[in-house]
Structure formats: C-alpha cells, structure tokens
Design a protein around this ligand. Structure first.
Ligand SMILES: [Zn+2]
Length: 174
C-alpha cells in the first residue's frame, strides 16, 4: 500500500482488528520508508444493491426470490426452468452493472413482468395480478382486457392481410 506521506510501497501491518459489526477489517500499517503510520480498511465488495420494499424496508438482493416468483407464475405453463433462470441471471447482471446502492422492488418487478410478457401470457397476468395486488382489482381486469385488445388488434390485422391468427383459442376463461 502506497504510503500517504512518502509514497513508498513497502509497509508492515502492526495491528489488525475487526470493526463495524465484524464486516470491516481495520489495519494499522507502518511505512518501511519513513516509519509513518496509517490505517486501511478492508471490506467485502457489495456489488448488488439493497432492495427497497413497498413498505420502505430494505433487504439484501435475493436472486432466489425472482426464480420463486416466476416459477409460481409459470406453474403448469410451457416455460422451462432454464428460461426462468436465464431471466434471473439477466436481472442480476443488470443490477451489478448499474452498481447502485439501492433499488426499488418495483424495478425488479417490472423487469420480471417484461420478461414474462414475452414468454407466456398466462404467466404474465398471474404475476402481474399478484405483483400489483396492492393497487386494486380493476388493475387486474384492465390488464387482461388490454391483453385481449392486443390480441384482437393482431387478429384484425392478420385477417386484413388474409393470414391465419396463430393465437386462436385463448387460454383465459372470462
Ligand atoms: Zn512513508
């Protein structure tokens, strides 16, 4: 460690102790050049942000929660565990790259919904309904209606172009 006084690299550790709830090691060092003493702190690099929940509490990021939430939404749906794991990986990677200290739980929720929307409509609505349940039931109904409308628009367009709608036989019960 470069000495803050003379710039020499060589030093010796003269004292080492745990600090801050045992998450930091504080080292007292002595420069072998000018004999000045200085302190360094060593801590675990926290690359993943804390998640701020809807009630304001913070908790450590937990990749398993993403996987569990998606598994529940994808129950009996043709979505492989591999694809779910891949989504969790990509969200985790994204958070590492953002390297922010805190992230709102809704950011993660939106990312999951985005992924599910491209994977399976039923899983998407299931997840969205649970995830957004803190709002109201209208939200859920609106969500389904929007999906229907999207499909209807698609069908109309397909008919205009004389092609067959591959989304025939909607999975939803009214
Ligand atoms: Zn020095």
């Amino acid at each position: 460690m470069k000495c803050p006084v003379c710039g020499k690299i060589e030093d010796k550790v003269i004292d080492s102790r745990l600090a801050k709830d045992n998450t930091v090691i504080r080292r007292r060092r002595q420069c072998l050049g000018c004999l000045k003493r200085f302190t360094t702190y060593e801590r675990i690099e926290e690359v993943l942000p804390y998640v701020i929940k809807k009630d304001g509490r913070r908790e450590a990021f937990d990749r398993r929660k993403i996987v569990e939430g998606m598994l529940r939404a994808c129950e009996k749906r043709p979505v492989s565990v591999d694809r779910i794991e891949a989504v969790a990986d990509s969200i985790e990677q994204d958070l590492m790259e953002k390297s922010e200290k805190e992230i709102s739980v809704s950011y993660i929720g939106e990312r999951i919904m985005e992924a599910l929307q491209n994977m399976d409509d039923v899983a998407y609505v299931r997840f969205a309904s649970v995830y957004r349940s803190f709002r109201d039931i209208d939200e859920f109904i609106r969500e389904i209606r929007e999906l229907y409308e999207l499909k209807e628009t698609r069908t109309d367009q397909n008919l205009e172009h004389g092609s067959i709608d591959d989304n025939q036989g909607s999975q939803y019960s009214p």
